[in-house]
Design a protein around this ligand. Structure first.
Ligand code: GLN
Length: 246
């Protein structure tokens, strides 16, 4: 199917609250990589007390944030738990970064504070650890080419996956989900969570295109060929992190 006359509709969830370490750059990357291919993009910023029309959206993005902002978003997300679960069941794409990722699981238990309920799109849970994981991450991801992902992590939450939820990738450098089991992020159907800030997608254009293809397939029920782009700068940034000596 030609990419002309097609549209991608994105819901950016709570950008005023969850949007740290350049996470906005992920939305910008998806927008530009679509527009460079003549794919129209509509982005709706969803704020507290806004409704979410899941029939409209193909792609949902939620960024990272500190415990305080997560508390407000956790409460708000409960209003949309059933409808967002329906969206995930209909293969909508979700990309959730760090604090947003933690809220797509069953719960996030901060230090000395009330447990924050998630919306269980991922069969995962997070509990605050005593150590903060901060630094560059490289990871192996076998369903994209190249099979590497790079980013930056800054979290104290330890995330554990269970059931049919699988890792998004496996860390080769850095801590990832919990600094123990070598997993980084999570995936169930087209729901992706990751600890990779940086922002994540500008330095991983192949993963951005993978998500765009999944979201367009969800809307148009067929493979949409994404024309190749000149990714020289993006690949240079990717390789700079890959080859960094630690
Ligand atoms: N507050 C959460 C943690 O520290 C998430 C932080 C973030 O989004 N970078 O684990």
């Amino acid at each position: 199917m030609e990419t002309k006359n097609i549209t991608l509709n994105i819901a950016h969830l709570y950008p005023k609250l969850l949007n740290i370490y350049g996470d906005w750059g992920n939305i910008l990357t998806v927008k530009k990589r679509c527009e460079w291919r003549n794919i129209d993009v509509n982005i709706d910023a969803i704020d507290l007390n806004d409704s979410i029309d899941i029939k409209k959206y193909d792609f949902y993005f939620i960024g990272g944030g500190q415990d305080k902002q997560q508390t407000a978003v956790s409460k708000e997300l409960q209003k949309h738990k059933a409808s967002l679960q329906d969206a995930a069941d209909e293969n909508a794409v979700f990309l959730a970064i760090c604090g947003g990722y933690q809220l797509l699981g069953h719960y996030y238990q901060p230090h000395n504070a009330e447990k924050l309920p998630g919306i269980s799109l991922l069969d995962a849970y997070t509990e605050a650890g005593n150590k903060r994981f901060i630094g560059n991450v490289t990871a192996y991801c076998d369903y994209v080419k190249p099979d590497t992902l790079v980013g930056f992590e800054n979290h104290s939450g330890l995330t554990y996956l269970q059931g049919d939820t699988i890792p998004m990738a496996y860390v080769t450098i850095g801590s990832g989900n919990n600094g123990k089991d070598k997993t980084e992020g999570a995936r169930y159907k087209n729901v992706f969570g990751t600890y990779l800030h940086g922002s994540f997608l500008p330095k991983n254009p192949h993963f951005a295109d993978y998500l765009i293809s999944l979201a367009l397939h969800k809307r148009y029920k067929e493979e949409i060929d994404l024309s190749p782009l000149n990714d020289d700068f993006e690949i240079k940034a990717h390789k700079t992190l890959l080859n960094k000596k630690y």
